[in-house]
Write a new protein. Structure first.
Length: 75
């Protein structure tokens, strides 16, 4: 059985978005959730990261999205 490697990052600023990018590039996570007090910021960063690494550009495939603190339960 395959278990998804889920990572939740609290804070979608410079550090959080760079951590997400490093996780994507290394292939260490399949599902990356960004949480920020500014929900729109987390959503925008998730969209930017998804656009930047989609398909053959990065060679990795991960789900990148904004979420809520409840996402921590299974991360």
């Amino acid at each position: 059985m395959f278990k998804t490697r889920k990572v939740v990052i609290v804070g979608a600023g410079h550090v959080g978005s760079h951590v997400a990018l490093a996780l994507i590039q290394s292939g260490e996570a399949d599902d990356i959730v960004l949480i920020d007090i500014l929900k729109e910021k987390a959503a925008a960063q998730a969209l930017d990261l998804d656009d930047g690494v989609s398909g053959a550009l990065c060679g990795r495939d991960a789900i990148i999205r904004a979420g809520e603190y409840s996402e921590l339960n299974d991360a």
